[in-house]
Design a protein around this ligand. Structure first.
Ligand code: SF4
Ligand code: SF4
Length: 365
């Protein structure tokens, strides 16, 4: 009798996580299956065997299934195959140790994986000096970087764009950070770095970075820039340090079009994470056409917030449904972690903002 064993070639750890600890394999709903065999012969990892008597597939070696693959479900003519939600995979990818294994693998196999053709791109690689560091709360760093050589900078970036930054003197890959300001004459840029448990750039920035250090950065990159006609009212939504590109876009509008009708909704977990209250206060004093709403899950009652700013103890989603915001007809610019995006887009649709009027800048890993 044949014994089914996971093939070590397929069931090896997934980015460092033992395969046995990962719940990822197909489940066949037999009542719906018509026994065509597409899944059995289509999977080249021998996950399935075929019961020739009953004409049904059998999931014989579930650990052979490639994490994240759903090919057999996609090609099943009767939709008889189910998988756990992809959020299972995304949750593992969000773990620092998993990201590090992926990064280390890319570094170790560079010879094999590198794409050698040159792809022309308009961005540039420059060296910047750390000019100023502020730590408004335990989980955020506000960092100003200035050109090491005068004129060698991202002097003409569009507000909302981002740069790639390398941890000095390491082989690690770059990390992306939005520029939190509009272009300045001296070419300096502001980054808002959130603390990421186990994050390599975050660990360097929070524990070792000091004024005068030099970093390599590449940019400007990204298309999260102002695309709306001048007469269109705007809605800005920021989650956590998603405030950085939003800050740049609002600063741009306050310079170019100060009478513009704008709403800002910024959401965080704890009210102490609102690290730019001075800026918000300046904005609210200077521009009566900018409405600011801050949403925090906790801490608003014990925290002093600038006058003239509305607060709500709840999530960004609840804030979007707050009475009197008049969101319909606005163009929306949303920046924050991927996990908040589906709910935000759904809430905006509920408030009458079409999908094509929503621009998204998502970060996370
Ligand atoms: S592809 Fe779908 S219908 Fe065909 S054998 Fe597999 S589960 Fe059954
Ligand atoms: S998801 Fe992919 S690897 Fe897993 S059983 Fe289906 S075809 Fe095979």
């Amino acid at each position: 009798m044949e014994t089914n064993m996971p093939d070590p070639k397929f069931s090896k750890p997934w980015h460092g996580v033992p395969r046995e600890q990962i719940q990822w394999n197909p489940t066949v709903i037999e009542d719906v299956c018509i026994g065509c065999g597409t899944c059995v012969t289509g999977c080249n990892r021998l996950v399935y065997r075929f019961d020739y008597t009953r004409k049904k597939p059998v999931v014989a070696d579930p650990l052979n299934c490639m994490v994240g693959c759903t090919t057999c479900a996609n090609t099943c003519p009767t939709h008889a195959i189910h998988f756990p939600p992809l959020s299972t995979v995304f949750a593992m990818e969000a773990r620092a140790e998993v990201r590090h294994v992926i990064e280390d693998d890319l570094i170790a196999r560079r010879e094999q994986l590198a794409w050698h053709d040159e792809i022309p791109h308009p961005d540039r690689l420059v060296e910047l000096a750390v000019e100023n560091i502020e730590r408004p709360n335990p989980s955020t760093l506000l960092v100003r970087l200035a050109p090491k050589v005068k004129g060698e900078c991202f002097c003409q970036f569009a507000p909302g764009q981002y740069v790639e930054v390398w941890v000095p003197d390491t082989p690690y890959l770059s990390r992306s950070y939005s520029i939190g300001n509009t272009p300045r004459e001296d070419g300096s840029i502001d980054l808002q770095i959130r603390h990421v448990e186990g994050g390599r750039l975050s660990e360097w920035a929070f524990n070792r970075m000091k004024v005068g250090d030099h970093v390599h950065a590449r940019g400007p990159l990204g298309t999260f820039t102002m695309r709306s006609p001048i007469d269109r009212p705007l809605l800005f939504i920021a989650g956590g340090t998603g405030f950085a590109p939003i800050e740049a876009l609002i600063e741009q509008q306050l310079k170019l079009s100060p009478q513009r009708d704008m709403v800002l909704v910024w959401g965080v977990g704890d009210a102490r994470d609102f690290y730019a209250l001075d800026t918000l206060e300046d904005w609210s004093l200077a521009d009566k056409n900018l409405r600011i709403l801050l949403a925090a899950q906790r801490g608003l009652d014990t925290y002093t917030l600038p006058a003239g700013i509305t607060t709500i103890t709840n999530s960004v989603i609840d804030a979007l449904h707050a009475p009197g915001l008049a969101l319909a007809g606005r163009d929306a610019y949303v920046a924050g972690p991927p996990v908040m995006m589906p709910a935000v887009v759904a809430a905006l649709a509920q408030e009458g903002i079409d999908h094509e009027r929503i621009r998204v800048d998502s970060f996370g890993l």
